[in-house]
Design a protein around this ligand. Sequence first.
Ligand SMILES: NC(=O)c1ccc[n+]([C@@H]2O[C@H](COP(=O)([O-])OP(=O)(O)OC[C@H]3O[C@@H](n4cnc5c(N)ncnc54)[C@H](O)[C@@H]3O)[C@@H](O)[C@H]2O)c1
Ligand SMILES: [Zn+2]
Length: 378
Amino acid sequence: MPTPVEASSVQVNLGERSYEIRIVSGALSELPTLLPNWLDRSVYRAGNSRTAHIVTDRNVRSHANIVREGLCATGWTCGITELEPGEKTKSVANLSALWDDLIAMKADRRTVVIAVGGGVMGDLAGFAAASFVRGLPFVQVPTTLLADVDSSVGGKTGINHPAAKNMLGAFHQPIGVLIDTSVLDTLPAREFSAGMAEVVKYGVILDADFFTFLEQRADAINQRDAGIMRQIIARSCRLKADVVEKDEYERTGLRAVLNYGHTFAHAFEALAGYGELLHGEAVSIGMIYASRLAERMNLIEAEVTRRQDDLLRAFKLPTRLPDGWAHSDDAILDRMKLDKKTVGGKLRFVLPKRLGHVEVVSDVPEATVREVFDDLRK
Ligand SMILES: NC(=O)c1ccc[n+]([C@@H]2O[C@H](COP(=O)([O-])OP(=O)(O)OC[C@H]3O[C@@H](n4cnc5c(N)ncnc54)[C@H](O)[C@@H]3O)[C@@H](O)[C@H]2O)c1
Ligand SMILES: [Zn+2]
């Protein structure tokens, strides 16, 4: 099996906000070599103070320590804030605590904020970087597969309002992202699978050959083979970057294709109670619902759904609602009508037309969605 050993790099082209996603295996300590380059090429190039602040969570402290030691050994002054793991950490209270830490270390506009962790750390630290003195240079060192392929690309940062997820935030592109596949070795199996749901999504929405590649290499992927992981992470980042480059601020509607499976998923997650179903698990189930809906709308053959179902299950993902699911179809529909993609109460979905291509379909009859619920009931 051909496994490239080289590190690879994905360039996100956004004018003066362009940045590199560097993908390595066992080379977290490369960061001090990359950082001066990234700063030089960024809008922050005027001042290089060699001061950084790491934001991390307890579960990934050992990875953060490698980054910190590398920086300290090369003359950087480097603070660290360690937070509780989990979605609840994306709060106003923790954002405020980060501002306090930055004030205490006398951070100025040249201080680099470095998130070491999953999407929670990236979103929170990114928003702290976006808001502190109107913008500090920000670096991501993602440690979950979901953060590797999704939250580290695109510049969305933010926190939750007690009443609504991701309600407060800003677009703030990083100056660089360092992805090290070896940190995935400590990632729990369920979190790994959840990240794979987003990887499969990229195949369905944008790249049929990539989907086939995932089918052929599922075993090596499940073994977290470093070479294969670098390949699929790089391809996923490239596919997301292509979309983000054309719709950086989510204004043209193009970025909506990334939400395949998500209208269903957001409703499932909210009803299950956040944390019961991981986001990637909800997306996996949601993609099957969306695909079945596309079948019902005569957009695709059943084969397209079957291949997704098989592949998601190969990555140990659920493709049906869990046993004991207690919520009515009406409750799911009500939730979906609250979704961002609903206009005037009408149901809109991102649906496949074939593997590798999706379109936004408006005016989906509610009765057809109800048929899908019946089709996929256990
Ligand atoms: N900004 C974006 O574009 C974007 C995109 C998708 C998701 N998100 C956000 O990302 C968040 C979800 O991210 P996530 O799934 O990475 O969750 P997470 O950051 O909560 O990480 C999941 C769990 O895994 C642990 N963990 C992380 N890396 C580990 C490692 N290498 N070894 C052992 N444990 C590890 C964490 O401590 C946590 O308990 C959500 O808040 C979501 O809103 C943002
Ligand atoms: Zn998602």
